[in-house]
Design a protein around this ligand. Structure first.
Ligand code: GLU
Length: 477
């Protein structure tokens, strides 16, 4: 699958989508431009002594919008990282945070590196040095710029970055809030690792509750039995596929990875494929019967829901017309180019856009940041009190039943579930579900009410840009 020469770059795609939405708004041209442009991009080249020689790395941190601070967004480690990509991703962070009402501006970072080529101790040296360069310019800072994991990074890198910040700011009591996505025993929050995949699941729940949306996609019923193809079984794709198959009864018929795909209309076992990839680095060898060499061709297989959860630009002018799924949910950032978006819109394919679909990550990052600043785990004060109030009700119900001689018995299962006060994980999931429902409704209201808006992406941009504009206007801009 090669991208067509007429295809705009990722950043141009984001700008085109932005312009489409802004064309339907009544913003002054000055404000429109102020929102669209990226405020600043810092490029750093630094050397690290590795294997007896100095190796130079290039990294970026881009700040798209500071209408709210801190600014927020992940740091990715990938060989393809470049300024254009980081700026597009930073812009998406601005709109994503606005849409889900996470009180942040947008930012994104990246390091040009293939992390698989390095030993753990080497990656630690590189990460600490990159973090040092960003920290000394306040590009990692609890009140100004708060990174998080993205492609190629995870809890481990975030723990190194937080530790580096704390070494350089020994008296900052809020140091832990300088990055999110940290391990639970190093200032992290329960449910952050699964958050983006969980958010994809909640987004689909919200869509399946929207009758008009379902009609537009020509879909009926619930998630049970729906055939799903996932591209990328990394953190996001894996968790989405896991929850959808284990909890909602979806059938995962295709899994696309960089070395090909597995396709089985009867369903694939997500856990065993994930374990195979962890051991062998790809899907090859897992099952010859179901292996497809040209992985990207599986994007075009019939299915109900297509989940691109890997790179940007994978659905483009070269394959958009052949995509058969009536519903695409963009778990990755920017998987559909602006040209492909138009083709799919004309075909009637419904796309749940990235800025909403993968906002679960930053939403739970927001909870983690609040937890770090408040220095207390969610639920610590209320949990037992909630349990004792529930116990009071149970006691009273049992007493009333006994006094009335009706012999009602509360089932032990109900009692156990009802009595248990919510812990941090339950609260995080509840906050995420609430966020995804409210944000969906805000997009769907625009999508269904306005005749000039025929897709969820434009609706999402309209809501998000409206919020950013309101915030600038409130400051008198
Ligand atoms: N990298 C994730 C994203 O693209 C998470 C960002 C964050 O948690 O700040 O949304």
């Amino acid at each position: 699958m090669t991208q067509n020469a007429r295809e705009p770059s990722f950043r141009e795609s984001v700008d085109q989508m932005f312009n489409r939405a802004v064309g339907l708004m009544d913003l002054s041209p000055g404000l429109e431009e102020k929102i669209r442009v990226c405020n600043a991009t810092y490029t750093v080249r630094f050397g690290v002594r590795l294997r007896g020689e100095i190796k130079t790395f290039t990294g970026y941190r881009s700040v798209h919008s500071e209408h709210m601070e801190p600014v927020k967004g992940g740091i990715r480690y990938a060989t393809g990282v470049n300024q254009d990509e980081v700026e597009a991703l930073a812009a998406l962070m601005t709109y994503k945070c606005a849409l889900v009402e996470a009180p942040f501006g947008g930012s994104k970072g990246g390091l040009c590196i293939d992390p698989r080529e390095y030993e753990t101790h080497e990656l630690e040296l590189i990460t600490r040095r990159f973090a040092y360069e960003l920290i000394k310019r306040d590009l990692i800072n609890p009140s100004q710029n708060v990174p998080a994991p993205d492609m190629g990074t995870g809890e481990r890198e975030m723990a190194w970055m937080a530790d580096q910040y704390k070494r350089m700011n020994t008296t900052d009591i809020n140091g832990n809030a300088c990055v999110t996505g940290k391990p639970p025993n190093a200032g992290g929050i329960a449910g952050r690792v699964e958050a983006t995949g969980r958010g994809v699941q909640y987004a689909l729940h919200a869509f399946f509750r929207d009758e008009k949306g379902m009609q537009k996609a020509g879909m009926t019923g619930d998630l049970s039995g729906k055939r799903v193809i996932v591209q990328g079984l990394g953190n996001v794709g894996y968790h989405a596929a896991k929850f959808l198959s284990e909890e909602d009864g979806c059938i995962i018929t295709g899994i696309i990875e960089r070395d090909g795909a597995l396709y089985n209309p009867d369903g694939l076992d997500v856990e065993s494929i994930r374990a195979w990839i962890a051991k062998h680095g790809g899907v090859s060898g897992f099952s010859d019967m179901h292996h497809v060499g040209d992985g990207a061709s599986v994007l075009e297989e019939p299915c109900d829901i297509l989940i691109p959860a890997a790179l940007e630009g994978v659905i483009n002018l070269s394959n958009a017309a052949d995509i058969q799924a009536p519903l695409i949910i963009e778990a990755a950032n920017g998987p559909v180019t602006a040209g492909a978006d138009q083709i799919l819109r004309e075909k009637g394919t419904v796309i749940i856009p990235d800025m909403y679909a993968n906002a679960g990550g930053v939403t739970v990052s927001y909870f983690e940041w609040v937890k770090n600043l408040s220095h207390i785990r969610f639920g610590r004060m209320q949990r037992r009190q909630e349990e004792s109030r529930h116990q009071l009700i149970i006691n009273e119900l049992e007493r009333l039943s006994k006094d009335a001689g009706v012999g009602w018995e509360l089932s032990p299962d109900f009692k156990q579930k009802y009595l248990r006060g919510a812990g941090e994980l339950e609260l995080v999931r509840s906050g995420l579900d609430d966020t995804m429902r409210i944000a969906y409704q805000s997009m769907a209201d625009v999508w269904h009410a306005r005749e000039d808006v025929d897709d969820l992406r434009t609706a999402a941009y309209l809501v998000a840009i409206g919020k950013v504009a309101a915030s600038y206007q409130a400051k008198g801009l």
